[in-house]
Design a protein around this ligand. Structure first.
Ligand SMILES: [Zn+2]
Length: 279
């Protein structure tokens, strides 16, 4: 899933290409694509696109009367659409401008989880789905992080992935941040203190910066296999810091990757899958 750096760089590219263009129509191609009833997208017709920004993993297209929040989920893309064909592959919704190419929201697969929310300007942050988001991951200070840690004692990896604690990180960056901070993905937030919070904040910022530097060199969003990675999706490969083997704890929906030497004092974390077989 695209995370903060990918979404941020994508918003920047779209702003460069589409800012100032006048919206002619917003057309859902699948009935599930538009998730809100009011305000109507029509309210923005005839208005120029003022800005494209990011909040968490959402891309927000700002018009004077409506802000469109777009979530790409796993396989969604917001593509420059020159052809505007009647039945585009994976097409979910289309922003048509008074001239030039359209913007097409597509989603690979059949999950249909990508979507568009029309939000009233001025109430964007307090409206669903953005109202539940924690602060953007790259804006949090160590002191704020300690406060966020104190809300609920939980594994740091789960905390980092939860958009309600901090927004913008997913499975890849959570793996990368823990490795960079040299903290176990299973460390409990209640025990990390200001020292742990500082390490996590520094790791978040460095990891995001690395991702942004890479993503900004591209003309379109990277695919997940091309994103910079020290541990994520590198099970069995050598740790770039110490050379130990990158290990994995498998869950049904994702994999926690880590280096035992760098992060857990050599302790191998229980692999759920393996433990189940051994029972
Ligand atoms: Zn290592």
């Amino acid at each position: 899933m695209p995370e903060l750096p990918e979404v941020q760089a994508h918003a920047e590219r779209l702003a460069g290409e589409f800012a100032g263009r006048v919206l002619a129509r917003f057309r859902p191609l699948k009935f599930t694509a538009l998730r809100t009833a009011l305000p109507a997208p029509d309210d923005a017709y005839g208005q120029p696109l003022l800005a494209v920004r990011r909040r968490g993993k959402y891309i927000i297209l700002e018009f004077e009367s409506v802000q469109f929040a777009v979530h790409l989920m796993q396989g969604g893309r917001l593509l420059v659409d020159e052809k505007q064909s009647a039945k585009p592959r994976g097409g979910q919704a289309r922003f048509v401008f008074d001239e030039g190419p359209a913007l097409l929201l597509t989603e690979a697969g059949t999950e249909r989880r990508a979507g568009v929310w029309c939000l009233p300007p001025g109430e964007v942050e307090s409206s669903p789905p953005l109202d539940v988001l924690g602060p953007d991951a790259d804006t949090v200070t160590p002191e704020q992080m300690v406060e966020l840690f104190a809300r609920k004692n939980q594994r740091i990896h789960g905390f980092l992935r939860d958009q309600r604690s901090i927004a913008g990180l997913g499975r890849r960056l959570s793996n990368e941040v823990c490795h960079r901070a040299e903290i176990s993905p299973f460390a409990m937030t209640g025990k990390l203190g200001i020292e742990g919070a500082t390490k996590i904040v520094e790791a978040i910022r460095a990891t995001i910066e690395e991702g942004l530097d890479d993503e900004r060199t591209r003309t379109d969003m990277s695919s997940s296999k091309d994103r910079p990675s020290a541990v994520h999706r590198r099970t069995g490969a050598p740790c770039p810091r110490c050379g130990d083997e990158i290990r994995a704890v498998e869950y049904s929906g994702y994999t926690v990757n880590y280096c035992a030497t760098c992060q857990t004092n050599g302790k191998v974390l229980a692999d759920n899958t393996t433990s189940r077989f051994l029972k």
